[in-house]
Design a protein around this ligand. Sequence first.
Ligand SMILES: [Zn+2]
Length: 316
Amino acid sequence: MYHIGIDLGGTNIAAGVVDHQHKLICKASVPTSLPRSSQSLADGILELTRNMLEDNQIELSQIDGLGIGIPGTVNQSAGMIEYANNFGFDNVPFIGMLQQRFPFPIVAENDAKAAAWAEYLVGAGSGCHSMVAVTLGTGVGGGIILNGKLWDGCNSAAGEIGHMVVERGGRLCTCGRRGCLEAYASAAALVRSAREAAGQNPDSLLGKLCGGDLLKLNGKAVFQAVKEEDPTAKAVMESFIRYLAEGIANLINILQPEILCIGGGLSGAGDSLLLPLREAVRPMIYSKNSKVNTRIVLAELGNDAGIIGAAGLWLL
Ligand SMILES: [Zn+2]
């Protein structure tokens, strides 16, 4: 028997068939094509799933459940998506809509939490009891696993790591507060900082890399300019790492997880992000003299984490 995992994103809907050892058997994806009604989106998920099963000669009777990760606040017990900005969802009974279309049970969770769950099951946190995942994408998401359980909070909204304030009165965040980690340590924030710095220093390598068009600057250019020792890019990166380190040190000091896992698009920078980050976090750890401390590592599952984690929601 298999589970189906769906990773519902703003750009693509990805689906996969996952076995009970969390191994991805096959996957497929289609564009999300927003804006779109919730009913049409549910139809799209059904069609994608049907086609994937057909293409891989898997029968519906071999599936015993479907899990879906959604970028929003998911209230599984009420069957509601309480809020999903990308989709314009405001208390939409989306889980019920899916349930009407499929002959097996449906579970749903926030997408970042589903991806964290996958890393815990078979990725960077495999074999440990506690893990915090920090996902550095367009925003900053995450998931908290304590004693083998994904921590949901009293209202399913726990784990919003990106909305921890690291600079009181700082940059305005999409959530309405100022100075959130997301406003300083997301991919979007890094690009914003790089554009500001390049605008002020047009003769720097960072300024030259965009050929005078600040909108062309992306995260990759920043890492490249840092590699080439550009002082402007280095200052941008140092500030980015400092804010990220503040947030991560807060998480470690409160929760002391065995593993702190860094994922999302920016984690593709590998050691050039991980090594200075570890260096910056270490002095801020309250228990730094303890023999056992949290290990900061990179996520291992890449884009498949969303599918594997959603399919693995059945273990919660
Ligand atoms: Zn915020």
